[in-house]
Design a protein around this ligand. Structure first.
Ligand code: SF4
Length: 486
């Protein structure tokens, strides 16, 4: 979901647009052919152009929201809406609640958050994924504090853009909290609006996103913008869900053209009736992917096929020593402050070149450790534990895990990357990624098993968040049996 800065600027501009009055201008104009040279308005079937219908939709949606909204901890606090909206990007409500409560407890004010260190933010965020979100929240808190002093609410509000990153809904959501009549467009809203108005073109394309912003700004209730935006998102999260929407219970079903098309209630213009003026409708499904009656309303929305994730292989080494009370300690190093997993801690790791043979991988890792620690490391001393696969949004990452037990005290060159020895407990309290927790789990689960000799082979198709790929090609679970094997 990264976007170029020009795209971000474009979206910011769109968010600042004044709300258009239905029936006038781009958002609600007539559907006849435009004068020569003027941009074509979207075809009527994709618009909300009837003020009476808009009023009815607002009323129905808000009444439903007042009756049925979920009791979520961030409903009543402006700062809470902002924090939660950032946490909820690509993340389920059930996962977010615990993180949200801990976050708000630790930093009860913007000032407290502004004074936090990135290390503290990363520690609290560990396991939630998309780590740049936490960093952006903290940067935004610092900026808001400053803007508040020099420019008041609106300038401070604009500075939330830093925290929103590519997630403009956060900005719009916060705007709504401050009673700005600004619409919201997030994943849930995209789904609802595309269904309400049969928008079947790629819903992630800029022209469609533009239209959706226009539509959201047209629909937003002028007297209760915050509640209306929350209601639209709530509808997408609980009723108009991706796979099996509950159309029978939907408070806006009478305004939904996708449902009307499926049920045959009332006429819905065909694709051919759209965009006659400009030779094709930019909002209808493409001719190559027409309406599929087996999908019903879930024909909408549609997205362009996802790009295949980049395949990456990394060798990582769990260096272990006995601590002062005989308990194992592990060496972790800090990643650079920018890029993937910025500022997080991990076991010493080395990105591997494509197609490198296992023996060469081991040698490369030994050289890397040697250069970093300043004393000889023999490739043969590295014990191969197995592989841990972790899927990031755009990267298919395979960690080839090695272990290296060390005797005695090991001092590290302070000039190399920040590093420290941690106990198991400290490791889990540190800002480490879920992938690194899998790596350590794998190492614990098979502390001294010769490769290929573990019991209970598992089919590769068995769902498991962590698995071990053995040399003979079989997989073994590590997490469920950890306690027995230790
Ligand atoms: Fe979504 Fe069905 Fe409601 Fe239409 S009627 S908005 S498809 S839940």
């Amino acid at each position: 979901r990264r976007r170029s800065s020009s795209s971000l600027r474009g979206r910011a501009k769109r968010a600042r647009r004044s709300v258009e009055v239905p029936g006038s201008g781009r958002a609600g104009g007539s559907v006849g052919c435009p004068p020569p040279g003027a941009p074509a308005p979207p075809p009527a079937p994709h618009l909300f152009s009837d003020p009476a219908e808009i009023e009815a939709l607002r009323g129905n949606l808000l009444a439903w929201y007042d009756r049925c909204k979920r009791d979520l901890p961030w409903r009543t606090l402006v700062r809470g809406v902002w924090v939660s909206e950032i946490m909820l990007q690509q993340t389920q409500v059930a996962t977010v609640i615990d993180y949200y409560n801990r976050w708000m407890q630790k930093w009860p004010t913007l000032q407290a958050l502004a004074q936090a260190s990135l290390e503290e933010v990363n520690e609290l965020w560990a396991g939630l994924g998309y780590y740049s979100r936490g960093k952006r929240l903290q940067e935004a808190a610092r900026k808001v504090r400053w803007c508040w002093g020099v420019g008041g609410v609106s300038k401070a509000l604009c500075s939330l853009w830093v925290g929103a990153g590519s997630h403009l809904p956060c900005l719009a959501g916060a705007a709504s909290c401050w009673h700005k009549a600004t619409g919201v467009v997030d994943g849930n809203v995209i789904r609802v609006l595309c269904r309400l108005r049969c928008i079947g073109a790629d819903s992630s394309s800029p022209p469609v996103i533009d239209r959706l912003w226009d539509m959201a700004n047209t629909l937003v209730d002028r007297s209760r913008p915050g509640d209306f935006n929350q209601a639209l998102m709530e509808l997408g999260a609980t009723v108009c869900v991706p796979k099996a929407p509950l159309c029978g219970e939907c408070p806006v079903k009478q305004h939904c053209r996708a449902r009307r098309r499926v049920s045959g209630e009332g006429a819905v213009p065909d694709v051919e009736d759209c965009g006659k003026c400009v030779g094709g409708c930019p909002l209808c499904p493409p001719a190559t992917e027409p309406w599929d009656s087996s999908l019903g309303v879930t024909n909408f929305p549609r997205k362009a096929a996802k790009k295949q994730p980049r395949v990456v292989k990394t060798a990582t080494c769990v260096l272990e020593r006995r601590g002062c009370h005989g308990a194992p300690e592990y060496l972790i190093v800090q990643r650079p402050n920018s890029g993937l997993l910025a500022g997080l801690w991990e076991f010493p790791s080395l990105l591997l070149a494509q197609g490198l043979q296992e023996e060469k991988q081991q040698e490369a890792l030994a050289d890397h450790l040697q250069a970093w620690m300043g004393w000889p490391v023999a490739a043969g001393d590295l014990q191969l534990i197995g592989e841990v696969v972790h899927i990031f949004s755009h990267i298919h990452q395979t960690y080839v895990v090695y272990s290296l037990p060390l005797d005695g005290d090991v001092t590290l060159d302070p000039a190399s990357s920040p590093s420290r020895w941690v106990t198991e407990e400290e490791f889990h309290a540190s800002a480490v990624s879920t992938a690194m927790k899998k790596v350590l789990g794998d190492t614990w689960a098979f502390p001294s098993f010769p490769l290929g000799s573990s019991p209970q082979p598992l089919s590769p198709s068995t769902p498991s968040s962590g698995h071990r790929l053995l040399r003979d090609g079989t997989f073994h679970v590590w997490d469920h049996r950890r306690a027995v094997l230790r």
